[in-house]
Design a protein around this ligand. Structure first.
Ligand SMILES: Nc1ncnc2c1ncn2[C@@H]1O[C@H](COP(=O)(O)OP(=O)(O)OP(=O)(O)O)[C@@H](O)[C@H]1O
Length: 264
């Protein structure tokens, strides 16, 4: 369990996220949503110790993150980041980087590292690119390789910042399936998503952010009923029970008003 308690963090001495208290539970997919610039990525960075807490703090299984070395944190949480530089190396070599926290000096990869890397590539469907230089892969194919690197890290928590960005619809569903199966294995999975329909449908818990504050942290059902997302995003959210489970979709608030005035 990862706990953020009254956490404030930011850049150049100025807090961006303020007084955030939430936890990332094993076995659950937690989704963070909020408008652009509301602090979602900053929460992930602070939760991973990449940004120091200005107030409050982060605890991994009751241990203050300030007491953990980088390598120890890297054995507890993997991070699929939003922005990245693409080095000119083979995909398998990239995925093997996920094994760094387990290597002792001298840093040679052993059989178990190769096995973990190949298993992760299988899970994200990028095994066929094993020997391809990643600079030659498409955005979506690269995403599969980066996700495999995070999975090869074999951590109890996996954080993903907008992981569906480069993915076509089939691969978006695939990514969500991977996230859910990681949670079923007992991992704490934390996703930042912009697709709020997807968040409501697939998340176990949802944290809604606005201007660096956590407005609501609850199950999709309760978040929906409280109307927090509607307020934050300025949309109407509709819920439908379908043969494929509960689905949500959004319309612009104005669209409804226009419809009403049209009827009158
Ligand atoms: N490296 C940085 N240096 C200075 N300010 C930053 C930095 N990264 C983010 N910020 C600022 O922190 C605020 C929150 O940014 P953050 O990236 O956490 O938001 P977000 O909710 O993830 O946004 P988005 O949905 O657009 O990715 C923004 O105002 C942003 O300008």
């Amino acid at each position: 369990m990862i706990q953020l308690k009254n956490l404030s963090a930011g850049y150049f001495g100025k807090p961006v996220i303020k007084n955030v208290t939430m936890e990332f539970q094993p076995g659950k997919v937690t989704v963070l949503v909020g408008p652009n610039g509301s602090g979602k990525s900053t929460v992930l960075k602070a939760a991973l110790g990449l940004l120091p807490a200005m107030e409050g703090g982060v605890w991994y299984d009751e241990t203050d993150i300030r007491l953990l070395k980088r390598r120890q944190i890297a054995r507890k949480a993997a991070f699929l980041t939003q922005s990245r530089n693409t080095p000119s190396i083979r995909a398998l070599q990239m995925v093997l980087h996920g094994r760094f926290p387990y290597l002792s000096y001298p840093r040679y990869y052993g059989k178990e590292d190769y096995d973990a890397a190949r298993k992760a590539m299988d899970a994200t469907g990028c095994q066929q690119y094993e020997n391809t230089n990643i600079t030659r892969l498409s955005g979506g194919q690269k995403q599969g390789v980066y996700l495999a690197m995070a999975l090869a890290q074999d951590t109890p928590a996996v954080f993903m910042d907008e992981p569906t960005t480069y993915l076509d619809i089939g691969h978006q569903f695939g990514l969500m399936q991977t996230a859910k199966s990681l949670a079923r294995e007992g991992k704490a999975v934390v996703l930042v998503l912009h697709d709020i329909s997807l968040a409501l449908r697939e998340g176990d818990l949802i944290g809604v952010f606005q201007e660096g504050r956590l407005l609501c942290f609850d199950t999709p059902e309760l978040v929906y009923h409280k109307g927090v997302m509607e307020q934050v995003f300025g949309v109407d959210i509709h819920r439908m029970d379908t043969p494929h489970g509960t689905q949500y979709y959004c319309t612009l608030k104005e669209a409804k008003d226009a419809l009403v005035s049209h009827i009158h």
